[in-house]
Each structure stands twice: as structure tokens, then as C-alpha cells.
Write a protein that binds this ligand. Structure first.
Ligand code: PXG
Ligand code: PLP
Length: 447
């Protein structure tokens, strides 16, 4: 491995790591021991020292079709040459319409309108605003409360952290949005340990929504937002029947149900969306990440027909929704997104993921008896491996495993003492085996 000085001399290594304040990173530790990648193709990153790193996480859950897909790259290049930027405020460009229509054709039920954003976080804030405004539009303006869930991750905007339930993402940032309540999370290690796929125990956690609604009265509640499968908090699979029950309770009380499909969207579960996989159609859905295979930032809110229609009242010259972003429906993102949908379709990647899921499950559960492992969870091509925390030093075991895995040529994600895996959907069986064996070897070395 070349040393840092050699890399700087070769013009590869940035010689000043200080100005970039890295997100969700231990900056000082990282800058003392930087892990930099300079290229990517297929299932691999190329590290700055030339080593190939197997991507066990699809970047940050976003590169579902694998890296460097030619069709996507070329679409972005061509679009940059033809129309670099156009606003979508009172003007438009064809690709945004085309992309929205393409997505509408893939979405379940009557989720048939797309509002574009540039990230998952923006999609969440947009969805929450649309939900509250919708209730007002239909004469239910007292419905302003939002209900999220413990351990939920909905990005880092003020709306998202308010409905979210990850303590560290909330505790530093003041009083957040008011009028928010939280469902309990659905994980109970003692009853769900080593469940394969959906745990049998826990549908009753949805009934807590009845209690929350009774407390505040349904007339004050606008929407409930959940991740169908909780990703960022460390892979929590919904108990069998849980999402169906949430849907029923929302319907009973006139509450909108929002699925945050930023991770689960675009094939991660072996179906286009989690809504398809679970057979539960939400009223609004947020997406991002896989929408462009990670190649250009983009997010979206998909809404059911009744929601879009509710806004299309009043004088036709009036703006219906006072909300949007400079880059909503950016031409490069739309070009990337359209090409991404082609790749997903041409390669049959959602079906591929479904076909691979049993192998994935079997392989991951092979880690049941690996050192420190107290739980293994899986669904689609998502995996979670929970480690027993080191007494007095929570989180350090998983983070040590992350560093050691990177040194051994494997990229994993860790949160607390949980390892999360979500490789591109092009992953080969031998690469799944490699991931599992590397993790087993790494855990042996972790104290
Ligand atoms: N909702 C969900 C369910 C997400 O997983 C967001 C919203 C926010 O998206 P943006 O594009 O604003 O980041 C996410 C993002 C991890 C990890 O390590 C997960 C995310 C982001 C960064 C890291 O699990 N998810
Ligand atoms: N701040 C200022 C001063 C702006 O003019 C704008 C957009 O015009 C924004 C923030 C919002 O930026 P964006 O639309 O990229 O979210």
C-alpha cells in the first residue's frame, strides 16, 4: 500500500483534509486515518491505494444497479450537453414530465403524481407539508399533528428529525416541530431473535396508533409516517400483519399513511416498492437514492390521485402548492432517472433481487454462531447483524468491524452495534459468500 506522502506526491491524495466538514462522520478520527475511494465499477470501489473494495452497501443504499452503469453515465453526459438546467417554476422541460409519467406507471395503486426533490430529506419535508396542506384543502384543517415512530429515520430536515426517532439525530437540535407523537418501534430481541424475513411477533405494536389517536383525538391528526422496513436505525423488519394494521387504523380515522421508501424503493425487497411487497398502498410515498442509482441527487414524493386532485381546485391561474426547490426535477437527475429505470427493467433487477433473496437469507443466517452476534435479520436484499455491545463501550465493536472489513476489502455500514448490509442488486452468490466470510473473519479479530 503506498503511504500518504507518496499519494500526495502522485497528486492523488488531497493534501488538506481539514476544510471539508464531513457529514455523520467522526471527522478527527477519519482525517487521521482517511478511507478514500477514487473509482467504482460494478460491485466494487477502487480505494485510493488501488485496492478493490467489495461494495456491501450499494454506497449508502442507493447504487442498486451497481456502479458506473454506462447507460446512466451517457444519459447524464448527453443531457448536460443539451440542457444543463431549466427551472420548473412556471416553466418546464420535457424530461421531468416524462420521468414522472414513467414512475407513475411503475407505482402501485393510484399513486400517480410525482413531486420532485433533491434528496430523501427534502422528500420527507415535502410529504409532511403536503399531508398537512391536503387536510386543510379538504376542510380538515384541524388535522395538523404528525405521528412518526421510535427509531425511525426520515432524513435530517427539521420535519424529518421531528417525526424521526433516532435520539442522537434529535437531541442536539432544540424543540423541533411541535404536535408530533411517536409510535413504539417494532423490535423485541427476546421474541424476534434470528427471525428469517418478517417476524411473527409484533403486529400488535400497530395498535398503539389507536391509543395515540385516542389521546389527541383523530380530528387533530394529519398523517402517520413510517419506513416499511427501518434501515438506518439498524434494519428492523416489520412484523407480519403490522403494516396492514396501520393501514386499517389510518383509514378508520381519516389519517394519511406515508411510507418512507427512500431505502426500500426500487427493488431493494425484490419488488418495485415495499408497498408492492407488503400489499399495502400508502397515501403518500417518499423515495430517493435508487431513483437515479445514486448518480445524480434526487428525491420524490408520490401521491395518490385524491391528494393531487384536492389541490387542483380554485382558480386555474392560482399556484396550488407554495413549495418547491430550485432543482426540483433537475434535467440531469431526470435523465439519470429515466436511464436508471431502463437499466432496472432491461436487467430485470427487481426480479433478480427476489430470486436471490433466499440465498441471501441463508448466507446471512450462517453468521448466527459467529463471535459477538446476537441477532441476524433479513428481508429482500437487506441484512442486519446485531452484535453484543462491548460493556462500557457501545458501538465500538461494530465500528472496529467496519474499519477491519474495509482493510480486508469489504465495505459495510454500521450503526450502533449493528452491521447493515445492502449490496447492489447485481451481487453474485460468490460475492455474498465473500461478504459473510469476511465478516466472520473480522468478528473473530474484534474484541
Ligand atoms: N428516509 C429514509 C428512510 C432514509 O433511509 C432518508 C430519508 C434521507 O435521505 P437523504 O437523501 O436526505 O440522505 C434516508 C437516508 C445509513 C444511512 O447508514 C441511511 C441514509 C442516509 C445516510 C446513511 O443507514 N438514509
Ligand atoms: N436561500 C436563498 C437566499 C434562496 O434564494 C433560495 C432559492 O432561491 C434558497 C435558499 C433555496 O434554495 P433551493 O431552492 O436550492 O432549496
Amino acid at each position: 500500500m503506498p503511504d500518504t506522502l507518496e499519494l500526495i506526491t502522485a497528486g492523488q491524495m488531497p493534501n488538506n483534509l481539514q476544510p471539508f466538514w464531513m457529514p455523520f462522520t467522526a471527522n478527527r478520527s477519519f482525517k487521521g486515518e482517511p478511507r478514500l475511494v477514487v473509482g467504482a465499477e460494478g460491485m466494487h470501489y477502487t480505494a485510493i491505494d488501488g485496492r478493490k473494495i467489495l461494495d456491501g452497501t450499494a454506497g449508502l443504499w442507493c447504487v442498486n444497479a451497481g456502479h458506473g452503469r454506462k447507460k446512466i453515465t451517457e444519459a447524464i453526459q448527453a443531457q448536460a450537453g443539451q440542457l444543463d438546467y431549466a427551472p420548473n417554476f412556471q416553466l418546464g422541460h420535457p424530461l421531468a414530465f416524462e420521468f414522472a409519467a414513467r414512475l407513475a406507471s411503475m407505482l402501485p395503486g393510484d399513486l400517480d403524481h410525482a413531486f420532485f426533490t433533491n434528496s430523501g430529506s427534502e422528500a420527507i419535508d415535502s410529504a409532511l407539508k403536503i399531508a398537512i396542506a391536503y387536510q386543510r384543502m379538504i376542510g380538515q384543517g384541524t388535522r395538523q399533528r404528525l405521528i412518526g415512530r421510535e427509531r425511525g429515520y426520515h432524513g435530517t430536515g427539521f420535519g424529518g428529525i421531528s417525526v424521526g426517532g433516532i435520539v442522537k439525530n434529535r437531541m442536539f437540535f432544540g424543540s423541533l416541530l411541535n404536535g408530533v407523537d411517536h409510535l413504539p418501534h417494532t423490535f423485541d430481541l427476546s421474541k424476534q431473535k434470528f427471525s428469517r424475513g418478517m417476524p411473527d411477533y409484533g403486529a400488535h405494536f400497530a395498535d398503539e396508533l389507536e391509543r395515540i389517536v385516542a389521546l389527541h383525538d383523530a380530528s387533530t391528526v394529519a398523517a402517520v409516517i413510517v419506513e416499511p422496513v427501518a434501515g438506518s436505525t439498524g434494519v428492523l423488519i416489520p412484523p407480519r400483519g403490522y403494516l396492514q394494521r396501520l393501514r386499517e387504523i389510518c383509514d378508520k380515522h381519516g389519517i394519511l399513511l406515508i411510507f418512507d421508501e427512500v431505502i426500500t424503493g426500487f427493488g431493494r425487497l425484490g419488488a418495485p416498492f415495499a408497498a408492492d411487497y407488503f400489499g399495502v398502498v400508502p397515501d403518500l410515498m417518499t423515495a430517493a437514492k435508487g431513483i437515479t442509482n445514486g448518480a445524480v441527487p434526487m428525491g420524490a414524493v408520490f401521491v395518490r390521485k385524491k391528494i393531487y386532485d384536492a389541490f387542483m381546485q380554485g382558480p386555474p391561474e392560482a399556484i396550488e402548492l407554495f413549495h418547491g426547490y430550485t432543482y426540483s426535477g433537475h434535467p440531469l437527475a431526470c435523465a439519470a432517472g429515466l436511464a436508471t429505470m431502463d437499466v432496472y427493467q432491461e436487467d430485470g433487477l427487481f426480479e433478480r433481487a427476489a430470486g436471490l433473496a433466499p440465498y441471501w437469507e441463508e448466507a446471512l443466517h450462517g453468521l448466527k454462531d459467529a463471535k459477538h452476534v446476537i441477532d441476524v435479520r433479513n428481508l429482500g436484499i437487506i441484512g442486519g447483524i446485531e452484535l453484543e455491545p462491548k460493556p462500557g463501550a457501545p458501538g465500538t465493536r461494530a465500528f472496529t468491524a467496519f474499519r477491519k472489513a474495509f482493510a480486508k476489502g469489504l465495505l459495510i455500514r454500521t450503526t450502533g452495534d449493528i452491521i447493515a448490509l445492502s449490496p447492489p442488486l447485481i451481487v453474485e452468490k460468490a460475492q455474498i459468500d465473500q461478504m459473510v466470510e469476511t465478516i466472520r473473519a473480522v468478528l473473530k479479530e474484534v474484541e
